[in-house]
Design a protein around this ligand. Sequence first.
Ligand code: 5GP
Ligand code: ZN
Length: 115
Amino acid sequence: MAQGCIFCRIVEGESPARKVYEDEAVVAFHDIAPQAPVHVLVIPRKHIPSVLELEESDAPLVWAIHRAIREVAQRTGIAESGLRVVTNCGKDGHQTVFHLHYHVLGGRGLGWPPG
Ligand code: 5GP
Ligand code: ZN
């Protein structure tokens, strides 16, 4: 657990979250400020600051995240209609929480390119 990390606090159950799915490696919960009818964050339990800090030994975790994304899509009813998976990284990527997370967005047509 990283000191002062809000997502580590959610993993530890010290901060509340509306969970959609969880397993031994991953937790998925509704974003507090949804940008689409479905906006879920999928995070590893392990504190990894961003997508750039993943290592080869995290390969099973990367699979677990993608398995969880599919599960979230099915549970929230957007698997058929479509979705977008986003991980923001660094200043230009508009990352604000430095615990790796994947936004799962859907429930409406999403613009492209992103703003
Ligand atoms: P980022 O900008 O780092 O890609 O995304 C961080 C996301 O986390 C934002 O969409 C923000 O609304 C969400 N968020 C920040 N703090 C909390 C929290 O305490 N609970 C939940 N559920 N979402 C949060
Ligand atoms: Zn963390």
